[in-house]
Design a protein around this ligand. Structure first.
Ligand SMILES: [Zn+2]
Length: 698
């Protein structure tokens, strides 16, 4: 075995000219490849087959692009290889043409009313039908037999809710249950279908990969999915269980499209978030994030604001991910405003590729993302019921410059917990007994938890538990109180820092009344509930009674400690942005974990620390500037001046990669301090300890 990593495990700069049929009229493969090289790309994701073929296919069901004048795929693969590029062949088997539907109705999806399911006027193909189960393999066989592609990319890799006879039979054979016609979370068969779908998709990816490998041992598989999403059909409805799917593909390829149709409030951290999560599946795992060039998804020919695109591209790279930019058509764009930005960022990443090879996160904090909670507690309303809580806590950790990873609940095990001192559970309502026992053992051995709202109160079927599955929480739930016009009273100004000027916090949403569990160690509490005021007429906006029901409880458990906030601190922060909620959480984080980085940069500047090749003597610090108008896409970045950054570690030299300038270092207790004189979109600072050299000096 060679020690040199395969191409897909090294820094990638993927460019996808997502060709329209009509582009074939004047298409010059040599020119297209030359432009990708000119833009700094090193991998080309190119149309091959499915909707239409970009080569003379001999398969009867595969329509060939009628505008094609020669074998485009052959020419582009040969030219790309001549220029040192890798080529991923894009297949899209998710839809077919109406004439195919007329010939093979059993290849297509059917809804509960017995009608064919469509997207964008094209009939959707069925996962259990012959198009996925046979034709996809024939396509791979045909392409690998003729072209030396470096891998395949399957677009729109969804497993929709089709209820055709093949789907019903497959479900019955595996589970003994009837496939539900409609989504119904009260129906055990629906819940079984959710898990069945995850397993089917992961298994199918494994079969595709094995089939590709048999024909070309060096070719890879990537499929189009998301690790998180705020589109309901992607969050819970597409059949993607991140860690399981990731096991059966080579390159993890996800989307973080940033079109304007995304729900409010705008969440600008998606691209980095998916990288953070995917990177925890396995040490050094490659995560490629696709960004669309377009500002509105369906208006594919109009561009995003350049500032937004630059920010998103650098977010991916700063977290150790691999960016992919997807254009509609070739570089001959109607809207060219963001093209120079793509080129500038890709050139930077090309010229400093060595600094981006094998970055590892030293984070000692993990934020748990629970797909089981999204599914079985979210019950069709996951965005409001649980995604908002998770995202709010993600935003709080970023805004507080905390170094953290995102752990997926399907990847929660003893080995993955070992790296962390603190695990944050953002309303992780669904926890299995086994997962709860793991987390209790983690605390018992000296770890820490911050848990919110209904964490650990539901089983793996989404059924409420009588008591918390987490013993370390030390609390027993009594009653859920919906709150409007309520408050949390701060009594101990020494417990939480920074509340000198206020004695209470506003409270909305659900508040869980709890009591100390029998046998729990003595607890410290604060943030006492001021119950909701029914009459909020100004003349009546007062109260005469308060309660002794805490909104914050600290419980010792073994050698560790748990902080429990039985309300929706994350959702409230995500949706309302009350800064005191952020302070409460960050105070608790600082109580449990020593920071690796501290800075006076505003919360709109994300700071990310990595070690190169796992060596703490060689660090890379990114500062990503999202300071601008936050309710709309970033159209301009407001520069931030004279940012002071403290980094834990014994470093002797610092250099900013973009400018190549050395930065002065001041030795301080347990670390060093440097100043970034002016931060535009981003800065990347390489730090080296004694005996270690900058990457370009090796
Ligand atoms: Zn079907």
């Amino acid at each position: 075995m060679s020690d040199v990593p395969d191409f897909w495990q090294r820094p990638l700069r993927v460019i996808q000219p997502n060709l329209r049929k009509i582009d074939a009229r004047n298409l010059d493969p040599v020119c297209l490849v030359a432009q990708i090289v000119e833009y700094g790309g090193n991998v080309m994701l190119v149309n091959a087959g499915g909707i239409v073929a970009w080569y003379p296919s001999r398969l009867s069901y595969q329509p060939v692009n009628e505008f094609l004048r020669s074998d485009f795929l052959d020419a582009v693969v040969k030219e790309a290889h001549r220029q040192g590029l890798r080529v991923l062949a894009r297949l899209d088997i998710s839809k077919g043409h109406p004439q195919l539907l007329a010939q093979h109705p059993e290849w297509f999806q059917v809804n509960a009313e017995g009608q064919t399911r469509y997207e964008w006027g094209m009939p959707l193909t069925c996962f259990h039908g012959p198009y996925w189960q046979r034709c996809a393999f024939e396509l791979i066989a045909e392409i690998t037999s003729r072209y030396a592609v470096d891998g395949f990319f399957f677009n729109r890799f969804h497993r929709d809710h089709c209820v055709c006879s093949a789907c019903r039979e497959a479900f019955r054979a595996q589970t003994g249950l009837e496939l539900p016609l409609y989504e119904d979370w009260d129906d055990p068969a629906w819940r079984a279908f959710v898990r069945f779908r995850y397993q089917q998709m992961a298994d199918y990816a494994g079969r595709l990969r094995a089939f590709i490998r048999e024909r070309n041992p060096k070719a890879i598989l990537a499929v189009d999915f998301r690790l998180t999403s705020d589109a309901p059909e992607h969050l819970c409805g597409a059949g993607w269980l991140g860690p399981h799917l990731a096991k059966n593909v080579d390159l993890i390829t996800v989307e973080a499209f940033n079109p304007l149709e995304r729900p409010w409030p705008r969440y600008y951290l998606w691209a980095g978030e998916e990288v953070r999560m995917g990177r925890t599946f396995q040490e050094g795992r490659s995560v490629c994030v696709i960004l669309t060039y377009s500002g509105i998804f369906s208006s594919r020919r109009a561009a995003q604001p350049p500032a937004q695109l630059a920010y998103d591209l650098m977010q991916i790279a700063a977290h150790g991910g691999q960016p992919c930019i997807a254009f509609s058509g070739t570089f001959a764009q109607d809207d060219r405003k963001a093209l120079p930005t793509v080129k500038t960022i890709y050139h930077y990443l090309r010229d400093h590729a060595m600094a981006y090879e094998d970055l590892s996160s030293p984070a000692r904090v993990a934020l748990l993302y629970s797909q089981s909670t999204m599914d079985f507690y979210g019950r069709g309303a996951a965005m409001e019921r649980c995604l908002a809580e998770y995202r709010g806590l993600y935003e709080i950790l970023v805004g507080g410059h905390v170094q953290f990873d995102v752990l997926h609940d399907a990847h929660l095990d003893r080995a993955s917990l070992r790296r962390y001192a603190l695990v944050v559970l953002p309303n992780v309502a669904v926890l299995t007994d086994c997962q709860a026992a793991l987390l209790d053992a983690f605390v018992e051995a000296g770890g820490h938890l911050i848990a919110t709202f209904e964490t650990a109160l539901y089983d793996d079927q989404g059924q409420p538990r009588k008591s918390s599955a987490l013993r370390s929480l030390g609390r027993t739930p009594e009653r859920l109180l919906p709150c409007t016009g309520a408050y949390l009273r701060i009594l101990d100004k020494g417990l939480l820092v920074g509340f000198e000027d206020t004695d209470l916090l506003p409270l909305q949403g659900g508040f869980l009344l709890t009591s100390a569990s029998g046998g729990a160690a003595p607890q410290v509490a604060d943030l006492y509930l001021v119950p909701p005021i029914d009459n909020n007429t100004p003349e009546y906006a007062y109260w005469e009674k308060e309660s002794n029901i805490p909104g914050l409880v600290l419980s010792a458990f073994g050698l560790g400690e748990v902080a429990y906030l039985p309300w929706e601190v994350g959702r409230l922060y995500h949706q309302l942005g009350v800064s005191e909620y952020k302070r409460v959480v960050l105070d608790l984080v600082r109580r449990f974990v020593r920071p690796l980085i501290a800075t006076d940069a505003p919360g709109s500047v994300e700071v990310v620390l990595h070690y190169l090749k796992g060596d703490p003597r060689h660090a890379l610090v990114h500062l990503l500037n999202a300071t601008g108008l936050q309710s709309k896409p970033l159209t301009e970045i407001i520069p931030v001046r004279d940012i002071s950054v403290w980094v834990s570690g014994d470093y002797v030299a610092a250099r900013e990669l973009w400018t190549g300038q050395n930065l002065g270092l001041d030795k301080e207790k347990d670390g060093v301090r440097f100043t970034v004189p002016q931060l535009e979109t981003f800065a990347a600072v390489e730090l080296v300890a004694e005996g270690c050299r900058f990457v370009d000096e090796d």
